[in-house]
Design a protein around this ligand. Sequence first.
Ligand SMILES: Cc1ncc(COP(=O)(O)O)c(C=O)c1O
Ligand SMILES: [Zn+2]
Length: 366
Amino acid sequence: MKISYICSRCGKEEAVTSRKPRCECGGLWKLSFTPPKFSLDLIDRDTWNLFRYRAFMPLLDESWREISLGEGMTPVMAFDEDLSLKMDYFMPTLSFKDRGAAVLVSHCKAIGVDSVVQDSSGNAGNSVAAYCAKAGIACEIFVPEGTSPKKIDMIRAHGAVANVVPGSRDHCADVCRQKVSDEGRFYANHVYNPYFYEGTKTYLYEIYEQMGRIPQNLFIPLGNGTLFIGVVKALEEFLAGGIISRMPNVVAIQSENCCPFAAAMEENLERPAAVEVKPTLAEGIAIGIPMRGEEILGYIYKYGFRVITAPEDRILEARAVLAKKGIYCEHTTAANYAAYLHYCELYGRTPDSIIPMCGAGLKSDH
Ligand SMILES: Cc1ncc(COP(=O)(O)O)c(C=O)c1O
Ligand SMILES: [Zn+2]
């Protein structure tokens, strides 16, 4: 399998052993490689973590064996007759970000990186810190002020440095990127480094392996789009491999208080709209300037996907409803359920739907 990075702006090719966070022209890397046609026969069923799907990942070596923390393979649970939940907070660091971090940190190890920096609203930082601890890689995480203290405690417990940056999530990313360019540190970032999406692809692979099919409606949170892009990539592989004959209805979930994609679609813009980022309980999706915005909008228009917003005043209620049924998730995740209910109000009953339970409740009890 030939593997390289390709610049998403100018098309320049670069080796995946490169430590450059992005192309000289400013474009972000995409991975260029052609995985084998998806088949259940290529899953390594003796490996009880998401590397059971490694036949479809561009891994350079076997570093993952010493880095996996047993991530992935989360159950799909029937919530009611219309809705299933994929329990992604059953993960080593209690969020779906472990999917991406396990693969990204394995790649860092494979190319000999010994120190990384990363910015995060919290969960991706928890994941990268934990996997770096396992891998013996030094790690420094930047989080915005207001990040749940439990997430910050976890980052520090893994031996990483946690820097709390005053201001917005977008500003926090700027501060971290400045450090990357000033000090040449490796940017183990879930938005920039495309290895992360090779991990989030497994969300869809698992659904297919577990259910034997892909549900008609996939609700996916959309901040920077790490789960969204992974799912779209996996769906494209399924289309190419004849596993599905058409795209399911993917519904991207944004916060009502921060919705650059929903706003762009209203005016048919090619880029995310400039929006005011108002405070929201859904801190994990409060991204005003998504760095892969054009790429994501491209997928939305190409496949006719929908975007729905989570009503702010319904998030606590949604969280309480889930908790009363035994599911204690974080606020950003309750927003997924609030958005699903809102979608049903707008478009009618929507059976055969699945939403991810991305993050655990104990993490966001402020
Ligand atoms: C619980 C939770 N859900 C959803 C998201 C959104 O992920 P993304 O920004 O990659 O779209 C995040 C991101 O941090 C999160 O922590
Ligand atoms: Zn370029």
